[in-house]
Ligand binder design. Structure first.
Ligand code: SF4
Ligand code: SF4
Length: 371
């Protein structure tokens, strides 16, 4: 990994590698256009992307998996070949990844240490999973090193960090009450490095590779929202782009999963859809190579890309107005699509004005009914 051959491989530009893969100049420009689309950039940026990729070197990536379920890696590996996502992944040097690397034991740890030494200050650190800090961090260790110690060690030499998935970004299920391991997100432990949060449970693979593509092309992280997420993918709510929105605006809601409204594809708001308070690209990028997304399959959005979504009440209870002092629900308080639309706009404004979590909750009425 540290040999002269490896160094030369890393010195080869992205354009060189694509040419070596048999991709013509025309194919390269097409790749640049697809990359622009992947990063949600204007087609006018294609010449600039082509120039940047002509000179871009292959960055070293160290991927640390902590307290997680491997869903984030499973999501990433669903970037089927020969998609732009898979081509982007081939342009980075994935020097350490527990699940994907062939090496194990001491050889694996040596790979991590070598990558760190050879690329001090330049490598990209990707983290999935939360970091347990209770009782000295003993609840999760790798090679005898606690997750928190390994994170601090590797983060120190990183150029930037991508926190992949809601666990690394916001703590996720490990952080949910009662949080027995003291699970924390990356940003609460590392405070002196640029961090981008690619939240979601799991995150959309296109978004992961979109951020990688941005770093590869411009050698910096993309613009972020107030929760550290890439604006290009998290700038609009699921509800903003949902194809069921016309039904919402007309006040046409499914009341159960098998009623006439459900069969007609009406809005899933009353079945607990958190789309109005959830920012992610599912409604546009979709999943499985753009095939579909949960709402298209008939299931409400669970809000998986928002902080503390596990703790925010039942997945199947209707969303409440997101204020600190919630005492009523949109469902029980109002009846027409127009009024709901205004309330959803208030949801969005409130969400954007907060520095941290979206404080949506189930209504007091709902809680009383359930106890
Ligand atoms: S509430 Fe959910 S299903 Fe209804 S329009 Fe919004 S995102 Fe779509
Ligand atoms: S639709 Fe909602 S719950 Fe489903 S993956 Fe997208 S953000 Fe997560």
């Amino acid at each position: 990994m540290g040999s002269a051959v490896e160094q030369n491989v890393r010195a080869i530009t992205v354009a060189d590698r694509l040419r070596a893969q048999g991709i013509s100049r025309r194919g390269f420009l097409k790749f640049c256009a697809s990359t622009a689309s992947l990063m949600a950039l204007s087609p006018a940026m294609v010449p600039a992307i082509a120039r940047a990729l002509e000179n871009a070197r292959r960055p070293s990536v160290i991927w640390l998996s902590f307290q997680e379920c491997t869903g984030c890696t499973e999501s990433l590996t669903r970037s089927h070949s020969p998609s732009v996502e898979s081509l982007i992944l081939e342009q980075v040097s994935l020097d350490y990844h527990h699940t994907l690397q062939a090496a194990s034991g001491e050889a694996a740890e040596l790979a991590r240490e070598t990558a760190m030494q050879e690329n001090q200050g330049k490598y990209l650190l990707v983290v999935d999973g939360s970091i347990p800090v209770k009782d000295g961090g003993v609840y999760s260790t790798i090679a005898g090193i606690t997750n928190v110690d390994m994170l601090n060690e590797v983060a120190a030499g990183a150029a930037a960090i991508i926190a992949v998935g809601s666990c690394a970004a916001f703590g996720g299920i490990g952080h949910a009450r009662p949080n027995p391991t003291g699970a924390m997100p990356v940003s609460e432990i590392v405070t002196d490095k640029p961090i981008v949060n690619v939240s979601g449970c799991p995150p959309i693979p296109t978004v992961i590779t979109g951020v990688l593509a941005h770093f590869l092309t411009f050698n910096k992280l993309p613009d972020l929202d107030d929760l550290g997420r890439p604006l290009a993918f998290f700038g609009q709510s699921i509800h903003d782009r949902c194809y069921r929105r016309p039904f919402y605006d007309k006040g046409l809601f499914a009341e159960s999963f098998d009623d006439e409204g459900a069969r007609k594809g009406w809005c899933l708001y009353r079945l607990g859809c958190k789309g109005p308070a959830t920012y992610n690209a599912c409604a546009t990028t979709k999943w499985n190579q753009g095939t579909s997304f949960p709402i298209e399959a008939g299931h409400p959005c669970l809000g998986c890309s928002e902080p503390d979504f596990w703790d925010m009440g039942s997945f199947y209870r209707a969303l409440s107005i997101p204020t600190e002092d919630t005492t009523r629900t949109l469902v029980y308080g109002v009846g027409t699509g127009a009024v709901l639309g205004a309330a959803a706009a208030a949801v969005a404004r409130s969400r954007k004005s907060k520095a941290k979590a979206a404080h949506y909750k189930v209504s007091v009425n709902d809680l009383e009914e359930s106890t």
